[in-house]
Design a protein around this ligand. Structure first.
Ligand SMILES: [Zn+2]
Length: 55
């Protein structure tokens, strides 16, 4: 199964055991992608690393 990178359009092969919300890197453009759905395979550009959890 393969998703399509929203940035460069490359096919993203999900490694075995991939789950929703997992972050994977596009092998082509290096963009960090979030797994939206495993079946059907879908990824989105991961949100930036600006996390403000307010400790
Ligand atoms: Zn890409």
């Amino acid at each position: 199964m393969a998703a399509e990178c929203p940035v460069c359009g490359a096919d993203i092969e999900f490694p075995e055991g991939t789950v929703e919300n997992e972050l994977i890197e596009c092998p082509d453009c290096g963009t960090e992608l979030e797994v939206i759905s495993v079946d059907p395979p879908k990824v989105e550009e991961a949100p930036s690393e600006e996390e403000d959890w307010g400790q």
